[in-house]
Design a protein around this ligand. Structure first.
Ligand code: GDP
Ligand code: MG
Length: 217
């Protein structure tokens, strides 16, 4: 039988970027639209079969501590691999990702394999399908082409109303360019993927790429 290698994997990144959702997609091939923040311990395992061996990922998800304080170094201390996740529609989450990469380089095991992951690619429609592009155009007209002679107060009210009508569309602008992620990954020697936990796009590829970089024992 093929040998099985166990690999500890941790997830780092700002709250709500989709860390738990990426794990759920990888482990169960599921997605939850309004996923509740993880409470308590979150430990899952999932195997990846390669040509000559099996990698058993021991995945330590944060239990939501990232919302309150910085994560304890003991969380990632002897991890062999890490996903540093950001949300491509949230610029601050990319700044945080940079911070996590630096912290891992300073504090984690020297050989740690780090994958930088820009998640929520489904919210950006540029390079996938254009089925709602006409809706987007209408929507932009509504929101941005109010001329200055419209009173500010009514303007604010209509914008609020249209926001609640189309939450997803208003959140869907890409704020972190593909090239920014690629550049950080190249500078720091990281694997890099843009993913969608919602559609599953590239999720398995992240874990497979890590599995393939695990040295033979
Ligand atoms: P975490 O705090 O980093 O673990 O983030 P969660 O996995 O709890 O996800 C936060 C929210 O983002 C939830 O409402 C998820 O349903 C949503 N979410 C996660 N991944 C994606 C994705 O790829 N696309 C979209 N559209 N929403 C996502
Ligand atoms: Mg979570």
């Amino acid at each position: 039988p093929r040998p099985t290698t166990s690999v500890k994997l941790v997830l780092l990144g700002e709250a709500a970027v989709g860390k738990s959702s990426l794990v759920l997609r990888f482990v169960s091939n599921e997605f939850q639209e309004n996923k509740e923040p993880t409470i308590g311990a979150a430990f899952l395992t999932q195997k990846c079969s390669l040509a000559n061996k099996t990698i058993k990922f021991e995945i330590w998800d944060t239990a939501g501590q990232e919302r309150f304080a910085s994560l304890a170094p003991m969380y990632y201390r002897n991890a062999q691999s890490a996903l540093v996740v950001y949300d491509i529609t949230k610029p601050n989450s990319f700044i945080k990702a940079r911070h996590w990469v630096n912290e891992l380089k300073a504090q984690a095991s020297p050989g740690i394999i780090i994958a930088l992951v820009g998640n929520k690619l489904d919210l950006v429609e540029e390079d996938t399908n254009n089925t709602s592009s006409s809706n987007d155009a209408d929507h932009e007209d509504d929101e941005t082409e109010h001329s200055d002679n419209v009173e500010d107060t009514t303007n604010a009210i209509t914008e609020d109303a249209s926001d609640s009508d189309s939450d997803v569309e208003t959140q869907s602008a890409r704020c972190v360019a593909l090239q920014e992620g690629e550049k950080l990954a190249a500078e720091e020697g990281l694997l890099f993927f843009e993913t969608s936990a919602k559609t599953g796009l590239n999720v398995r590829d992240v874990f497979l790429a890590i599995a393939n970089k695990i040295p033979d024992e």
